[in-house]
Design a binder for this molecule. Structure first.
Ligand code: HEC
Ligand code: HEC
Length: 366
């Protein structure tokens, strides 16, 4: 049984690897740079997804379960009955996403790091973190060269979004700063995006929206995988907590679908022109069925092709939009078990690694 599961997981990893390293020719051809986006707008979308997932994890998992069932978040979570720290959750999703080899990288840094390896590694990073303290609304950004390749690098402020951020850092023995307050900037999220050398008319680099969609999707998928494997599956196996639709009343974990949707809602509240949701041909909740022909075709397409997204660009009153459907895989046994057993599920024979539905993405290009 265990062997079978491992093989399936390897199969999934292989699919993910092939998807990201060998995009199909049609996809590469259609990555039309003339339709490109500014790297700053791309970085803002990417950051909004990282920040939303970080906030949901900190507030609805760490802080809430700490207060209601006394579940702690500790550095040694792997060996204890505990949750990973918010920084470790972010790091794990970044490792998962960075390992896909799609070119984008992100990590967490600070001028007052608990862990020295999270300190600034260059004068650019120090300058960026200092800039954020003075100008918390705009990220610090610059074009840089990494091993001879051009990159757009941006540093966004990382704020103390919940009381637990402040309490834990202020009392941590290795923390060089002990007077953080709620809402303070505690550090920065640094995002690197590869850019094309081919420049636009005014010489600033652009990124194709197809590529930006791959980056955004990669972060959503990595958060979904890490949440399902490291939190839902692990705590369930340890009999500490389970995922439930009534997570609030039950003092337990949000369903993976609810985690994703809450992150999307948080972004919508910030007026970022980016939206994402989960859809399926076999939805437990009929509202998650396909809403139009594009979604229907997209779900059929990802079911057949398994690896590549289905997408389109539209122009509406001079605004350009990008829309895509990516396959959503059964990454852990819990996905399969819960859906197959759910009384409202129209499909009862999902298997590990199956495409269960789609992640639908929508954003403004310019
Ligand atoms: C229960 C304790 C705890 C909580 C809660 C916590 N942190 Fe941390 N944080 C740490 C530890 C420990 C590290 C170092 C992790 C490592 O070894 O990389 C860290 C790392 C960081 C870093 C990277 C720089 C550094 O200090 O190493 C930032 C920035 C940060 N946390 C901000 C936050 C924010 C913002 C929140 C709330 C969303 C938060 N932390 C919640 C303990 C905590
Ligand atoms: C403990 C039960 C449970 C687990 C675990 C779970 N789901 Fe779901 N899932 C649900 C429920 C219930 C809904 C409907 C949520 C709503 O009302 O919008 C849902 C929604 C979805 C949807 C949207 C379509 C639909 O069925 O409404 C997809 C796609 C999906 N889940 C895939 C997954 C994948 C992939 C995993 C593993 C990463 C997973 N689910 C884990 C119960 C679960």
């Amino acid at each position: 049984m265990l062997k079978k599961v491992t093989t399936s997981i390897q199969a999934i990893l292989l699919v993910i690897f092939l998807t990201t390293v060998y995009p199909t020719l049609s996809q590469a051809q259609s990555a039309n740079i003339s339709d490109g986006m500014s790297p700053l707008l791309a970085a803002k979308y990417i950051h909004s997804v990282i920040e939303a997932n970080r906030t949901i994890y900190s507030e609805l998992i760490v802080e809430r379960l700490g207060a209601t069932i006394g579940l702690p978040a500790t550095e040694n979570w792997e060996k204890e009955k505990a949750l990973p720290l918010p920084a470790q959750f972010l790091l794990k999703t970044a490792e998962d996403s960075n390992a896909k080899g799609i070119g984008m990288h992100y990590r967490l840094i600070s001028l007052w790091p608990i862990n020295k390896k999270n300190g600034p590694q260059s004068s650019f990073e120090t300058k960026g973190l200092e800039h954020n303290l003075q100008n918390p609304t705009e990220p610090f950004s610059q074009l840089i060269s990494v091993n001879g390749k051009p990159f757009f690098r941006a540093i966004f402020p990382d704020k103390a979004v919940s009381k637990s951020c402040v309490q834990c850092h202020n009392k941590h023995l290795q923390s060089p700063k002990r007077d953080f307050k709620l809402g303070d900037i505690m550090g920065g999220i640094i995002i690197d995006l590869p850019v094309e050398k081919t420049a636009s008319a005014n010489n600033s680099p652009l990124i194709a929206p197809e590529v930006v969609a791959d980056y955004i999707h990669s972060i959503i998928e990595s958060n979904r995988t890490v949440y399902s494997e490291t939190i839902v599956d692990r705590l369930h196996k340890m009999k500490i907590a389970y995922a439930s639709e009534n997570w609030w009343e039950d003092n337990t974990l949000l369903l993976p679908a609810q985690f994703l949707l809450d992150a999307s809602d948080l972004i919508a509240q910030k007026n970022v022109a980016l939206d994402f949701k989960l859809i399926s041909l076999w939805p437990i909740n009929p509202q998650n069925g396909s809403a139009n022909e594009f979604e229907r075709n997209g779900l059929q397409y990802v079911l057949q092709h398994q690896t590549r997204p289905y997408f389109k660009k539209t122009t509406l009153s001079r605004k350009k939009f990008f829309e895509a459907i990516y396959p959503d895989y059964a990454v852990t046994p819990a996905c399969v078990e819960c859906h197959n057993q759910h009384p409202k599920s129209p499909k009862k024979d999902f298997k590990l690694g199956d495409v269960m539905g789609g992640i639908s993405l929508f954003f403004t290009i310019k």
